[in-house]
Design a binder for this molecule. Structure first.
Ligand SMILES: Nc1ncnc2c1ncn2[C@@H]1O[C@H](COP(=O)(O)OP(=O)(O)OP(=O)(O)O)[C@@H](O)[C@H]1O
Length: 237
């Protein structure tokens, strides 16, 4: 059976109004992603990577063309429906970890589940499992200020993964990490990709991230330059 296409972009164009005119951030992008991919949008600053990830994450919609995410046309969704799509199916990891400082590590991860209809016992099981995936069970009661940068990003991964999303969107996730921590979180993400079949979609210009990708979608000036399937240079952990 053909692997499910969980993202389908058809002639996606995004224009922003600028002064009296408009700026084309994405032009005529046609692209699919299948379940289980570990893929990245790569290209120089300003090439449209974040704009495209925001559309896939249903945080934004195309000006022209169509974006189907989990089979849903995101331009047709109400505010509430796109929030539901994100809540059930999409996790986000950013360059800055965005942890809530007054809450513990445990609470920061549990927060992602509070909008879902789960009992306290189910939440506890899921949170502890997610902290185990990133090796931070022993840090559950700590506040984010006590964590190193690498640990902070691990909590952000646990928070994004605790819902077991179909798609994990990671926008420059290694930008604030040193090489050792960057490799460690990439290995963790690769393991989660294999074991949970989560589709990982990155935006990056970091060579370290590119080493792990199975597919690189090259963007330049908002246009698709090349869609490259690659054999990852870094072996699985
Ligand atoms: N709200 C907006 N209004 C006007 N222009 C915008 C807006 N958002 C993005 N742009 C422009 O669209 C282009 C693509 O931006 P985008 O952030 O997607 O690029 P990127 O490849 O992710 O870059 P970076 O690697 O620096 O994050 C840039 O030239 C940016 O200035």
């Amino acid at each position: 059976m053909e692997t499910e296409k969980i993202v389908q972009l058809k002639n996606v164009t995004k224009r922003y109004p600028v002064g009296n005119g408009e700026f084309t951030a994405l032009e005529n992008i046609t692209l699919d992603f299948r379940r289980g991919e570990f893929a990245g949008l790569v290209g120089p600053s300003g090439s449209g990577k974040t704009t495209l990830l925001n559309i896939i994450g249903s945080l934004d919609s195309p000006t022209e063309g169509q974006a189907l995410v989990m089979g849903q046309d995101i331009a047709s969704l109400s505010h509430k429906e796109s929030a539901r799509l994100r809540n059930l199916h999409i996790g986000f990891i950013f360059q800055v970890f965005n942890l809530l400082p007054v809450y513990t590590v445990y609470e920061n991860v549990e927060f992602a589940l509070l909008l879902q209809d789960k009992s306290a016992a189910e939440r506890k099981k899921a949170v502890m499992e997610a902290l185990e995936w990133v090796g931070l069970q022993s840090m559950a009661d700590k506040k984010p200020a006590k964590l190193s940068g690498g640990e902070g990003q691990r909590v952000a991964i646990a928070r994004a993964m605790v819902k077991r999303p179909d798609i994990l969107i990671a926008d420059e996730p290694t930008a604030n990490l040193d090489a050792k921590n960057a490799h460690a979180i990439l290995q963790t993400m690769k393991t989660l990709n294999r074991e949970l079949k989560t589709t990982f979609l990155f935006s990056t210009h970091d060579e370290k991230v590119m080493q792990y990708l199975d597919r690189m979608v090259h963007l330049a000036d908002g246009k698709l330059q090349e869609d490259e399937l690659v054999v990852p240079k870094t072996p699985a952990p």
